[in-house]
Design a protein around this ligand. Structure first.
Ligand code: MG
Length: 370
């Protein structure tokens, strides 16, 4: 099942913006991974909402623990396929680094504000800006000076783009797919959040195993088999075992589906991978289960009034704070006000808010909006 021939070859690296001498015992992707872990934007994931805000429970996932789960799944899949684990891990750890506070509602709220000025907000582009310029930790260059491949993977992990679509991204090989290591990330992300959200939602008492079984294909068979195998296990053990089975089933399907697609495509090199449609995919049966999970979570978790209300309030707060800084920029912190020499106000305000954690945004709103 190995796709070692399609593993990204280190000799083909396009390098860093600011050339650096090699490290004595870490390869370039390991260095990128380490730089991401030590970045401030990475630490801030700890206080960014995944689905449930910390006010609802203190043991549900936040964006940092979600990121660690994505990295675990992505590494396992990459290793099983003979791909570059370090490259995959660096991308998994960076995949959510550009998320603003309050998850997707935060992203929509910022995008709505930016559209009024003829611009957009996109978390992947924001992640690129973070690693290219906002992280200031090195004396010799701005940003983290990551390899081209990791920066390309950051902007392409969830979608492809065509030449001219976004001038900011034109240097990242528009029109071509990223290497397989980057293609895995979006699917590892889906496996991680679908199963984790199922876990958190069930633990919050929002739905039962019977309800899941009624809309996720194959789930009832998993639960019945577990009840036969562990007749004395309680509901909680059975449920958690079922989540484990789902993760294993979906990760295995991603390994097998990607291997089968690669074989059928006759791709021999990473350049072939780049020119073909995306090869990373789950096998058909598992993709059906994955879609069922998504649908179920949408109907029974993401759209419930408690979370919808939280999202609405969060979006409102972001919008209000954005408008506050647009009319009273003197309240921006000194380092952000300095950026006004080079950037328009809406861009500076957007970058400032996008970098906030949920807690910092809440506190700032309490302090400034009365
Ligand atoms: Mg994610």
């Amino acid at each position: 099942m190995t796709l070692a021939r399609l593993r990204f070859p280190h000799h083909a690296m396009r390098g860093r913006r600011y050339p650096e001498p090699p490290h004595p015992y870490r390869n370039e992707f390991q260095r990128d991974r380490d730089r991401i872990i030590h970045a401030r934007a990475f630490r801030r994931l700890e206080d960014k909402t995944q689905v449930f805000s910390e006010r609802l429970s203190d043991h549900f996932r936040n964006r940092l623990t979600h990121t660690i789960e994505v990295a675990q799944i992505a590494r396992t899949v990459a290793a099983a396929l003979g791909l570059d684990e370090d490259f995959t891990e660096a991308l998994a750890l960076a995949h959510d680094i550009g998320h603003p506070p309050f998850g997707h509602s935060g992203e929509e709220a910022l995008d709505r504000q930016m559209r009024r000025y003829g611009e957009r907000f996109d978390h992947n582009v924001n992640a690129l800006r973070l690693v290219e310029s906002f992280e200031l930790r090195y004396a010799r260059f701005p940003g983290l000076n990551l390899t081209f491949e990791v920066r390309e993977g950051i902007v392409k992990h969830s979608r492809d783009f065509e030449p001219g679509e976004n001038p900011e991204l034109d240097e990242f090989l528009p029109g071509l797919r990223p290497p397989l290591e980057a293609q895995l990330i979006d699917l590892a992300d889906e496996i991680a959040y679908n199963t984790a959200d199922l876990d958190d939602g069930w633990s919050a008492g929002l739905f039962t195993m019977d309800q899941i079984a009624a809309s996720v294909p194959g789930y009832r068979a998993i639960v019945e088999e577990l009840r036969r195998a562990f007749p004395r296990a309680g509901e909680r053990e059975i449920f958690l075992e079922s989540v484990r089975r789902l993760i294993d089933l979906l990760a295995t399907a991603l390994i097998e589906g990607t291997a089968a697609n690669a074989l059928a495509s006759a791709a021999e090199t990473v350049d072939d991978v780049r020119r073909l449609p995306r090869l990373a995919a789950m096998t058909d049966g598992a993709a059906e289960i994955n879609r069922g999970l998504k649908r179920f979570l949408f109907e029974n978790l993401y759209s419930i009034p408690m979370l919808a209300e939280e999202r609405r309030l969060a979006a409102e707060k972001i919008g209000a704070l954005f408008e506050f800084f647009m009319s009273q920029p003197e309240h921006l912190p000194e380092n952000h006000r300095k950026r006004l020499e080079n950037f328009p106000l809406h861009r500076v305000v957007c970058d400032y808010i996008a970098g906030m954690t949920d807690g910092y945004l809440r506190r700032t709103a309490e302090r400034l909006l009365r």
